[in-house]
Design a protein around this ligand. Structure first.
Ligand code: MLT
Ligand code: ZN
Length: 388
């Protein structure tokens, strides 16, 4: 996405793949302590066998490492329900630039002793230290999971359905994702997936996770009756069995893959006030006209996070100039963030000023200078090349 883990110039890669052991699991508190190279999906299986789940889930779960997830503060599909890693990570072990091992691998829910140093490393993209072990709080595995895939006639209906859904599903709502029809066409054409409902301008995926199947089903049915009766939703399908749920999730999770089959992809991951979330897609579509192949919007409505992607036959600097810095200026004007969940890495570091004040960037540079005076940790990433 942003090249945070792609080596450039004189950088070398440190692999943590062999550091893939679970260190401990507390079955009462649901606290997992593991090494940084554990794969997210395998950790999820490990804790599921013990009646818990990992607090984060994302399309790359089959290959991504928990250490990388924490270093980039990955968001993903469960953030709406379980919050960000800034809340669920309880402790970290980090190797600092001078070789010192910082052992803050505590498993305490509450620890108000001094500064919370682990927060410095969460989301620092490997620029301040190397995360080697993690202690993380896992939620109880839900006894009943339901998924609804619905078609909406417009984006304002997507938002009204979200408001209705928060009101009627409340504590059992665990994900609210959306994709536009162009995304659907891409997953259909490039990945041969099929649309389970009639064609609509927008689709939403709603997941509920609760402890009582009958109660959750009744709530979901009442909600569906309301949104279909009022015209917010025109068609839909529901799944409770694993096979169908996987099939429905694939339509949303594999958009990234379908986009990369469509051509060169210009990727943007922005936070905006929800009512503005799709305006930038429409604006960009008319601004780029025929010079783009597809301009799509999808993402985590529940978190106010849009993935705006533009594809073209091949890379073109004139197309890039038409998109940037326009997209960043637009985002800043609406008080959004130019990187909601993917970090700044190599590609976006010079745009940090659109989302952070000069004083904050200066302080970040001072932290970097203190923790990594020789600039050996992911040196060309996250912070701007020139001083502000
Ligand atoms: C997603 O939500 O599918 C990803 O964060 C987007 C991406 O990988 O481009
Ligand atoms: Zn995402």
């Amino acid at each position: 996405m942003v090249g945070g883990s792609v080596p450039v110039f004189d950088e070398i890669i440190l692999s943590t793949s062999l550091m893939n052991q679970v260190i401990s699991f507390d079955p009462v508190a649901g606290i997992l302590v593991c090494q940084a190279g554990c794969i997210l999906e395998q950790l999820n299986q490990y804790v599921e066998e013990r009646d818990f789940i990992m607090p984060l889930d994302l399309g790359a779960k089959g290959s991504c490492h928990i250490g990388g997830n924490v270093a980039t503060n990955a968001g993903g599909l469960r953030l709406l329900r379980y919050g960000s890693l800034r809340g669920t990570v309880l402790g970290l072990e980090v190797v600092l630039a001078d070789g010192l091992v910082l052992d803050c691998l505590t498993s305490l829910r509450k620890d108000n002793t001094g500064y919370d140093l682990k927060q410095l490393f969460i989301g620092s993209e490997g620029t301040l230290g190397i995360i080697t072990a993690i202690s993380i709080l896992c939620p109880q595995k839900p006894k009943a999971v339901n998924l609804a895939f619905l078609g909406c006639p417009g984006f304002s209906e997507v938002l009204k359905t979200f408001t209705t859904c928060k009101g009627m599903l409340g504590e059992i709502l665990s994900a609210y994702e959306f994709m536009d029809n162009r995304c659907m066409q891409l997953v259909e054409n490039h990945l041969r997936l099929s649309n389970p409902v009639t064609e609509n301008p927008f689709y939403v995926l709603i997941e509920t996770s609760g402890s009582n199947a009958g109660h959750d089903e009744e709530k979901l049915n009442n909600f569906l009756e309301r949104v279909m009766g009022s015209g917010l939703v025109t068609d839909g399908t529901v799944a409770t069995d694993n096979m169908k749920m996987k099939m429905l999730w694939a339509l949303r999770e594999r958009i990234t893959e379908a986009l990369s089959c469509d051509g060169y992809v210009y990727k943007y991951d922005i936070s905006l006030p929800v009512e503005k979330l799709y305006d930038i897609v429409l604006d960009m579509r008319s601004r780029l006209g025929q010079s783009a192949k597809s301009v799509v919007g999808y993402g985590h409505v529940g978190d106010g996070n849009l993935h705006l992607n533009v594809t073209a036959k091949s890379y073109s600097s004139s197309l890039l100039k038409a998109i940037e810095p326009y997209v960043y200026e637009w985002t800043a004007r609406h008080h959004g963030s130019v990187s909601a969940e993917h970090g700044l890495g190599f590609k976006k570091k010079d745009f940090i000023g659109y989302s952070k004040p000069r004083e904050a960037i200066l302080l970040m540079q001072q932290f970097k200078g203190m923790l990594d005076p020789k600039g050996i940790l992911n040196p060309y990433k996250t912070l701007p090349s020139s001083s502000c």
